[in-house]
Every structure is written in C-alpha cells, then in structure tokens.
Write a protein that binds this ligand. Sequence first.
Ligand code: ATP
Ligand code: MG
Length: 876
Amino acid sequence: MNASDVRQSFWTFFESKQHQIVPSAPMVIKNDPTLMFTNAGMNQFKAIFLGNSKPTALRVANSQKCLRVSGKHNDLEEVGRDTYHHTMFEMLGNWSFGDYFKKEAIDWAWEYLTEVLKIDKDRLYASVFEGDKDMELPKDMEAFNLWNKYLPEERIINGNRKDNFWEMGDAGPCGPCSEIHIDLRPNEERSRKPGGDLVNADHPEVIEIWNLVFIQYNRKANGDLESLPAKHVDTGMGFERLCRVLQHKQSNYDTDLFAPIINAIANITGINYGKSEDGDIAMRVIADHIRTIAFSITDGQLPSNNKAGYVIRRILRRAVRYGYTFLGQRQPFMHKLLPALINTMGDAYPELINQQELIGKVIMEEEVSFLRTLATGISMLEKIMVQTKKGNYKVVDGKVAFELYDTYGFPLDLTELILKENNLVVNRKEFEAEMEAQKNRARNATAIETEDWITLVHDDVEEFIGYDYLESDVTITKYRKITAKNKTLYQLVFNITPFYAESGGQVGDTGYIDNGTEKVEIIDTKKENNLIVHITKKLPTNIKGEFKAFVNRDKRQSTANNHTATHLLHQALRQVLGSHVEQKGSLVHPDHLRFDFAHFQKMSREEIEEVEQYVNKRIRANYSIEEMRDIPVAKAHDMGALMLFGEKYGDLVRAIKFGDSIELCGGTHVKHTGEIGFFKILSEASISSGIRRIEAVTGQKAEALIQGQHRLLIALSEMFKSSGNLEKNIAALIKDNSQLSKELDTMKQNYINIEKRNLMDSAVEINGTSVITAKVNSILADKLKDLAFQLKNEMGNFVAVLGAVNNRKPQLSVITSDELAGSGKINAVELIRHCAKEIQGGGGGQPFFATAGGKNADGLDAAIEKAKAFVTEKLS
Ligand code: ATP
Ligand code: MG
C-alpha cells in the first residue's frame, strides 16, 4: 500500500462510521499565545474541548500536519538518531465530541488495524492507565475489559501517569489513554522473547503507533480533577509509522514518504545511505528537516530571528550543519531536495507545488547565509584553539563554546568534533551552566501564572457585535487573574461584546466599562481558544452588575482606515507587480500599517508611486463596504476572494468587498473608502529572502507626514539666500564643497612640504641617528601619516615622533628608518605604546611605523617628552 492509499483508507474507514472528514489545520499557529505549532491533531479542536465553541459535527476525522520541536512535545534530538520520530509528521485522528466513548474508539481502532489493514494481531499490544495514588484514580478497567475482548491479558500493558494519562496543559481537559504498540521484530526473535517488556522501552522495533485518549476530566488550577459532563475521544496515529508497518520496512525512512528524498541526498552528496552510522543519521536528519521547512513556509512561517521563525531557522541550520559535518557539503544543497519532496508529497499538499519557487529561494538564501556564519565561527574556533594550545591547556572554556552556540549557531557537538581533531575538549560543565542560565532567563521572562476561571453566568456563549456597535450593555460571565513578570492583570469575558480581539494582524480594541459608579479601563482585547478576553488592571468592585461597554472610537476608526487600506494595497500590488504577490503577514495598527508579501525584487520608485496612486484613486472613488458574513469557505473561494492561510474546517468565513477588492477577513473596516482620506507609503524593504515589507500611513497620520515633509522643504529653501530651485541650490552647494575640499587638499600638500623642511631642520643627532620630536599644526592632523612617510623618503638613519590634535582628539605617529628598525634599537610599536599612555590611548603598527589615538589632548606634550626621553635612552 503506498502512502496515499493508506491516508485514503483511514478516511474511508471513518467516513463509514459517520465521521466528517476535515482538512488539516495549518501547522503554524498564528493566534494562540500558548502554542507556536500544531503538535497534535486535537489542537484545532481545543476550543471545543474547553467548551468555548460548539462543534459543527460530533464525529470528525482527519490527517493533521504536526510539528514537535518546541515546548511540551520536543522530539528534535531524537530525529535522525532513531528511525521513527520526525519533527514534522502527519497524525491520523478520529474525534468524538461528547458522542461515542471508549467502546467505539477501541472497537474501531482494532477493526481498522486488523480487518481493514490486516495487520497481524499477534504483533499488537495495548496499554491502559494503571491508576495513580496521588491522583486518587483507579486503573482504567473499562478500557482493560474492552481490549481483553481482542487481546490476552499478557498483551495488555499497565501504563503509568507519564505514558497513559493525557493532559492538555497544567490545567484543562484530561483523561486516561490507551496506546497501541506494535512488535515488528522477526517471528523467531519474537517467539524467543515476548514483546511485553519492550513496550515503551525505546526499542526501535517495538513502537507506539496509535494513542486513544479518553477525555473525561477537567483539571483545575489547584490540581483537583473534576468529571466532565460530556466525555470526548481524541485519537492520534503516526502516519509515517503506519506506512512503515504496512510497507514492511525497517525504518520510516525506507517508506515511499522518505526514500525518494534520501535518494536525492545520496545523488547530490555521492554518499550512499547505509554506509556509515554518522552519514545515515545526517541523511535522515536532512530528509526530515526539508519537509518541516518547506511545509512551514507554505503555511506562511518563514525562517526569521524570533519566535516561530527562529525555530524554523534553527531546524534549517541543523540540517545544513549535519550536511556540512557528516556529508562534506560546503555549498548550499538543501534547496535541491525540493523536487524529490514534491514528488512524494505534492499530490496531497498542492501548496508545495504552488509555492515551489518561493520555498526554494528562501531555503537557498538561508543556506548561503548560514554557511557564511559557519565559516566565521570556525575561524573563531581556530583562534581559540591556538590560544588554548599556547597556554598549554587541553580544555576550552565552556563559555566560549556557549558563545559559539548562541551567536554562531554552533551546537556543542560540532565544536567538540572540531576540537577533538585537535586533541582538545570543552569544559562541558561550564557550557551546561551557561545553557541553564539562559533557559532560566527565558523562563522567567515568559512565566505566566494563570488562575482558574471564576464563572458568574453559566452556559453563556459570548457574542461579538463589534462590527455593528461600539457600545453595548454587558455583563461579566467569567473572569480570572493572571500574573506575568510580577504584574497582575485580569481577564474578563462578557455575555456580549463590541470589543474586537487582536487577530488577523489587527490590534485589539481598548476602551472601558462603566456601571455608573465605577469606570474600569480595558487595556487590550485578545482571543484565547475562541474566547474574547478583555484585559484590565483591576476588577470592578461590583463585578456581578450590569455595565455599559465603550470601545475607543478614534482608535477604532484609525485602525479601520488602515485595515481597509491594507486590502486596497494588496489589490494594488497584485495589479502593479503581478498575481504572484501573496500576503505573508500584516499588522494593522491605529498609527500605521505593515504589509509583508512575496515578491523577488526591490520595488522601483515608479512602482511605489503607481501603487499609491492606485490606492488613492480607490479611496476617492468612495466605495461602500460590501460585507458577507458567515458564508462557507467554498463559496468565498468561488467569488474569487483572496484566501489566507489558516482557514479552518467548518469555518464560516466573512468576505469583505470594496470595489474589485475582495478578501476573507475578520477585521473591522470603514463604511466607505473615502473615510481613509489619503494613503502614503513610508518604506519598502526586504525582510527576508523573497519577502518584502511595505509600511504605510493613512488619514491624519498621512496628512501630518506630508505637512512635516513640506515644512522641511520650506525650511531648507529658506537656508539659501538665493531664491529659486532647491534641488539646483543643493546640487550647487555639493559641487562647491567638493571644489573647496580639493583646493584645501592642495594647500595641505604644500603645507606638508613646508612643515617637513621645518622638522628636518629641527632634528637633533644622537649617536649617528637623527631624532625629530614635534607637535605639528592641527591642519595636518589627518595628514600625519603622509608627513611621516615623506620624512622617511628624505632622511637617512632617523626616528620621528609626531603629534597633532584633530577635533580635540590627540594623535601620535612614530616612524623610523629601516636601518634603525632593523637594528632593533628602537621598535616603533614599543615606543608608541610607551608614550601613548599620556594621552590615554593605545596604539599599534609595525616595527618601523606605528600610530596611536587617545582621549586626553592635554597630555600630548608630555607624551612627546616621554618619547624623547625613551629615544635618548635607547640611542645612548
Ligand atoms: P512516542 O512515545 O513514540 O514519542 P508519543 O507518546 O509522544 O509517542 P502521542 O503524543 O501519543 O505520541 O502521539 C500520537 C501518535 O503520533 C503516536 O502514537 C505516534 O504514532 C505518533 N508520533 C508521535 N510523535 C511522533 C514523532 N515525533 N514522529 C512521528 N510520529 C510521531
Ligand atoms: Mg513522544
């Protein structure tokens, strides 16, 4: 069975059990402060499990792109070393939202594996939760008995809290789980030693394939468990592992999902898979990571230097580094694997094909820049090795290794590898201490303490009315306290709210609530698991009463101006630059807007102006908003709406149309484009390979910008006596200036000649060497070197110490004849270091010529005196 057939058979099976098949949610999560990447199939249903959203179907199934490289699930270090953990993998899952429970979940899992896929029953094991004293929970006998219909007792394994009790987080829905494991060892080996002891023991051939989670409790912030009224099922099966089982392979990397990529790596590097342990690990790492990187780019997450983008950048660098260290790749190579990846995954994920050019360019540019960093790091390391050896040490400072890791992306093992070749080691303890300290810093910076929700009104689903109203009567349905960085804030949820929660790039509303006696400010509005959360610094005293809620109108209007302008800008870019322009990110703020989009070159002045004209023309056309709420994704698509990443299953979407611009959007907009007033681009620049960023302003901000610029122009014009054209005046000024500089330079050259003569005349002779020590006119301060070398041309055996003050900064030059330098009697560097102390400076150079700069101009005479004494002593 090839991989596509496996995926399809899962869907077909669960369809036959009345499940609705839904698409994978994006792997990159944009609107959840607690999670950067989807790490399990259930993430997209979190709000349903929490009771904040109602499901559109009670049974669903899908294949979900998951990434486990950060936070609670981090498999990164396993990847490549073993053959069944990936960074990105697909999780096949089926869900029941308060519908069926353990019996159906277990029966169907068994039916699918053994009857549909015909997996050998004798190879399967199930684990059940053994109970936990601390949690006061008994063994999950219900699950045990259900499994016991299919499996003998000895193949039902007890699992502890760590393996068999699933929790969404420190608080929230949780429950026991049952995992299905498979023993893939050869028959003969299996009969010699049964697999029971090998389950959950990291054996490469006895692996977990499916986890069935039975969500039946809610954990409160104080740790107590309460039973859930509606019980849910959440299952997840590793697709790559299942393919390996069905294709009878030794490793996930031998399946049709990875083998073509491994082959491509072998072709590029000329190294065969299976030749050496290190080489094989590197090839698996690379085959794994190219998928992760390509998929995250299609999901809109490019490598960058913070947050999710940084995680992706680190993964890319990890692959490049493995290629560099173990496969000898000194040139970019990852981007060449794209065709092989598209061959294996392009059918199921056409976005890979659509965005192939962008993905390739981004990866290539990242590779080039990281290879450069690697080279810098290696040369740094070489210097460190020389120093360490010089001091006759064998151990390199752990701090140095940490700096290499932190700033140059050099992982410890690479540093160690290079050191080992030179018989050196790193002080690991120091390295780990630095690492720990950094982790603590990061942890403290982000630590948030969240208390339980306190519910005032039960079973109320919050309604958002902010598209139509900026004020309303509200009651608080629940609230909680959060503490972050020693600051206490409160989150309030209302029955109904006019406040827009930050999302889709648009900032959250601010405003206040008022009950007649007390006014409480809302400092921000955010979305969390589908709840609109209003953030305040204090709780209203009488929290149970009625309030009037007011959104800050001015801020909302300026934000709306910028949001609608963003749509017009998007359309303009597609008109002026071409339809390859795709939105990659945006920020809609009351003061300005920012729009990131895929485009491969800098926009010309003309293109920028054309875009501005296009937008302003549509502002003047004063189009009215046409808003379509709650239409199915498919319908919006047919209308030609521009889609963003991240439309989720079952989503009813909102389409916003102004003239010919039509986009899916949940944000707030103007009623008529004329309200925007005026649109002006502030800047256009590259933010990463293939991605450009435009920053722009509208309305009053744009007006203020133009007025400011105009004021500046007037002020500049007034600086010129002659009236007339400013541009011509400035050009003339620049020309005059360069003419004057040239003349001044000629004069200085003449002056050098005069000064040189004076200096030569001032020379005193000590034991056959002419000695010149002098402070020269500050006009020549920038010509000290010239002067010194001209002296050298004319003098015989000599030494000169010259000082000058340039812009209040003292400078010294020492020059000697080659003969004197050769004799070793006077070393210019030694001399300059000796006397530069007087000017609070340091210096350097060569034995016959050295210079120094300092801070203390008053010490210049003393420095020259000191030099004179030094020279006299050395020559006498
Ligand atoms: P393991 O113990 O093997 O790491 P897990 O307990 O972390 O698995 P779950 O969180 O229960 O796994 O995920 C459900 C299923 O997803 C697992 O049964 C497994 O088949 C698959 N899976 C989990 N992590 C990975 C991974 N990193 N790469 C590939 N498949 C995975
Ligand atoms: Mg795991």
